[in-house]
Design a protein. Sequence first.
Length: 326
Amino acid sequence: MIKKYRTIPIKILILEALLRRLPENHPKRPKIREELVRSYAGYRGEESLDYYLAQLPPDNYYIFQDLRIPISKDTYFQIDILLLTRRYFIIYEAKNMLGTLFFDFNQLVRTYEEKEEIFPDPIVQVQNQQYHLDNLLKKHLNKTVPNTSFVVVTNPSSKIEINSQYHVAKQKVIRNPAILPRFVTYSRQHPTDILDDRELQKITRLLLKFHTPSQPDILSQFQISIDEILPGLYCDRCMSLSIVKVDRTWKCQQCGIENDKAFIQAIIDYFLLIGATITNQQCRAFIQHSSIYVVSRLLRSLKLPYKGSTKGRAYQLSLHDLQKWL
Ligand SMILES: [Zn+2]
């Protein structure tokens, strides 16, 4: 049973919003696009595990897709997929990379198009995740549950190479189709229940409660200031900020298409790039529409929580609302 589904990472949403709202000739665009392609590849890699996990024999296990759990203030550990049972837990880390992947001690060397890149060792990564989750179970249930982890190379055309002395890596690095046989083997080796149903429910509740989605500061990362973000309403069809209100419809001045969702998209972009609250005045400036009354009606229609009196009312945007609109 899936206890937590992954959603599109906020990082991807921010990068997409930036590409909608930076000038065509902005020097940071190529780097942003590159980062977006990489982030999407990671996300698709994680998704590719779902098909194989869905084939596991029916049993009492819970699956959590994409968990980010605090260890201490401002420090988190992140798990792509956690499979939790009464008897053990398994962590899966997806690696969606092209080229030749050489798993060496303490590093992953990727060679692609004759270029060599060094990444942190994903084996160490998953072992850290095991360690932290094990600690969490000890702390809250006072129990130790057997556990293991796998690094799943999700791109079937990438080549896997492992340092012949790196025995742990040989055990842990697998491809998607190996998920089932490895699961069956591990499951057979651990037939004894350690947790009862109440404990399993408790830890499930805690994991869902502790999960904190990441909200990366992409603007700082790319050294882009808020002044560089273009206002207006975006047209998906001709990819320009050319939608304006014409009578009762929202119409693109470039291609002529009508789009009633352009306002919501603008509010989403505002939240992703500028801030978590929006006033009537800020909204008018951002969507480039001069009528206080029209904007007031639009903002009220979103049914967002707000603070302040009618004039200075600041509507509050949250990740939760945003995910409802996507
Ligand atoms: Zn258009």
